[in-house]
Design a protein around this ligand. Structure first.
Ligand code: OTD
Ligand code: ZN
Ligand code: ZN
Length: 347
């Protein structure tokens, strides 16, 4: 018999972009409604690089999610070539900074302040290793000679392997993996290496983005890859293995910034994030592994407690709205206008 409802320990989202200002007010409640905690990406303009900036940003997030007082944003500092390592470690010791994020310069939205050569930040990474502070990586190498579809595989060879050779105890989350290469690499690495997987990379391949007309709302970075990679990601996520956990990488942009001659990268999955994942796990006959992926593996890796609350998903069709509109901002969610098989039950 197929499941009509499932109850899970309340999930966490280990990778979200909540933005700032009016956009923050519009998008943050979607995440806070479904998830107990979320790792908040620091790629604002200017980026969140200090403990003080993270404290301020956390306040703005809490103000935007006051209807969900139990929601806990977990803050991340953005690593730059000249970051103050002392402040970073202090911020972690004080419980303000959960992790630090490595954006190779130019790899994704608002990454121009990112690290130009990982060797520049070796002293900071060594301190993080000692401290047990996780490093979150946008795992792509950028360069004029590197094909956009090869950026992630190249990152494994050029950055990840040498880094872990030099710092074998460093806790690393390979964010939003998109290739079989990355899934295999993470499986073969030590327990200190894990990965997040987005709902959209479990659902779309590069044909979905490009065949029959270009679909700007399916364009994100790292860009979706070939079908064989999507299959490898589905296998990894639904295996229940402790190394893989939920990170939506929901990355909203206003509609005019997406539907443009030079459209922004990012897919807005927050409104129905857990339902998108449930659909994938059901298709793979692995609904029994969803709780490990969504609610257990993440906190275990981050050495945080597992949530006490639960959520229930029911098997009931619902249509994703064409747009979410608030405060003059209009954003197109993932699968806009389409029917989803699962629905999160309201509290
Ligand atoms: N990818 N867009 C954004 C971030 C992510 O690489 C990412 O984490 C964004 O808009 O902030 C995107 O396509
Ligand atoms: Zn990224
Ligand atoms: Zn992201």
């Amino acid at each position: 018999m197929t499941a009509q409802s499932i109850t899970l320990i309340k999930p966490d989202d280990w990778h979200v972009h909540l933005r700032d200002g009016e956009m923050l007010k519009q998008v943050a409640p979607y995440t806070a409604q479904q998830f107990a905690r979320a790792i908040i990406m620091p790629n604002l303009l200017p980026p969140v690089t200090t403990t003080a900036m993270a404290v301020d940003y956390r306040q703005r997030i809490l103000a935007a999610t006051q209807d969900y007082p139990d929601f806990k944003p977990l803050m991340v500092a953005y690593l730059t070539d000249d970051l103050d390592g002392k402040d970073l470690i202090n911020g972690h010791q004080q419980g303000v900074l959960t992790a630090a994020k490595l954006y190779p310069a130019g790899a994704t939205t608002n990454s121009s302040h990112g690290v130009t050569d990982i060797k520049h930040i070796y002293p900071v990474l060594e301190a993080m290793q000692k401290q047990g502070m996780p490093l979150l990586v946008h795992g792509e190498v950028v360069g004029d000679d590197i094909d956009v579809f090869d950026r992630e595989a190249r990152f494994i060879d050029d950055v990840m392997q040498p880094l872990l050779k030099d710092m074998p105890e460093l806790k690393v989350v390979f964010e939003h993996i998109t290739t079989k290469d990355a899934a295999d690499f993470v499986m073969s690495a030590g327990d200190n290496v894990a990965a997040t997987i987005t709902a959209h990379h479990l659902q779309i391949n590069r044909n979905d983005m490009l065949v029959g007309g270009i679909k700007p709302h399916l364009y994100c970075l790292p860009v979706a890859k070939r079908e064989q990679h999507r299959q490898a990601l589905r296998k990894a996520a639904t295996s229940g293995h402790q190394k893989f956990f939920l990170g939506t990488d929901t990355a909203p942009h206003a509609i005019n910034a997406k539907e443009s001659a030079c459209g922004c990268a990012g897919i807005f999955t927050a409104p129905h994030a857990i339902e998108h994942y449930a659909q994938v796990f059901e298709e793979e006959n692995a609904l029994d592994k969803l709780e490990a992926f969504a609610s257990i593996n993440g906190p275990k890796f981050y050495q945080l407690s597992i949530n006490k609350d639960h959520i229930t998903l029911i098997k009931k069709d619902q249509q994703v709205p064409e747009k979410t509109i608030d405060k003059g901002l209009s954003i197109v969610p993932f699968k806009a206008g389409e029917i989803l098989a699962w629905q999160l039950q309201a509290d």
